[in-house]
Ligand binder design. Structure first.
Ligand SMILES: [Zn+2]
Length: 187
């Protein structure tokens, strides 16, 4: 399996941009993500749901010679904003829009996940698709549900910043956040 190319990643981002859902109601987004992830299933991949937060998705990739578990997190919810861009891939849901870039965050996360689903990493990896970043404390809810325990406890977490100044870490106090440099080729 080859890596997703730029066109494939842009298509994913545009698909997701059209179905923006508000915090804790990200059901179509969840199903879209899950379909992609399951299509990349590998022997070193384990997918886990979180019953207390049903739209959350966690994916663990077991490494070949792990020294640590590296977490990568993306947020998945949208904002209660009416899109007026006129773009061909604009929101199809009135009053809701991916105006905070979570559609881009998700596409980046899927691209990284797909690469390591096809190429087993040396270290363990944990991908966390987090509902409710904008409000309702999705990250903290999943943490409180005990989802980050045992094999599912990352040693460190990476996430993609749109801009560091705008990014809110309010619901992510418990885990160290790092930015990851990704070439901004998404449109
Ligand atoms: Zn946001």
């Amino acid at each position: 399996m080859t890596d997703l190319d730029a066109d494939a990643l842009i298509a994913i981002r545009r698909d997701l941009h059209q179905i923006p859902e508000l915090a804790l109601h990200e059901t179509r987004t969840h199903d879209y993500l899950m379909a992609k992830i399951q299509s990349w299933q590998s022997s070193w991949m384990t997918i886990k749901g979180v019953p207390e937060v049903p739209t959350a998705i966690m994916v663990r990739l077991a490494g070949t010679d792990p020294r640590r578990t590296i977490g990568y997190r993306t947020d998945i919810d949208a904002l209660p904003v009416t899109e007026a861009t006129g773009l061909p891939f604009a929101s199809t849901i009135p009053g809701q829009m991916h105006a905070c870039g979570h559609d881009v965050h998700m596409a980046v996360a899927l691209g990284i996940l797909q690469h390591f689903a096809a190429n087993q990493p040396r270290d363990n990896m944990l991908f966390f698709f987090q509902p409710a970043e904008e409000e309702d404390y999705g990250g903290y809810r999943v943490y409180q549900a005990g989802a980050f325990t045992g094999e599912w406890q990352p040693d460190e977490f990476f996430l993609r910043f749109m801009t560091i100044r705008r990014y809110r870490l309010a619901n992510w106090r418990r885990v160290r956040g790092h930015s990851l440099r990704v070439r901004p080729r998404f449109t």
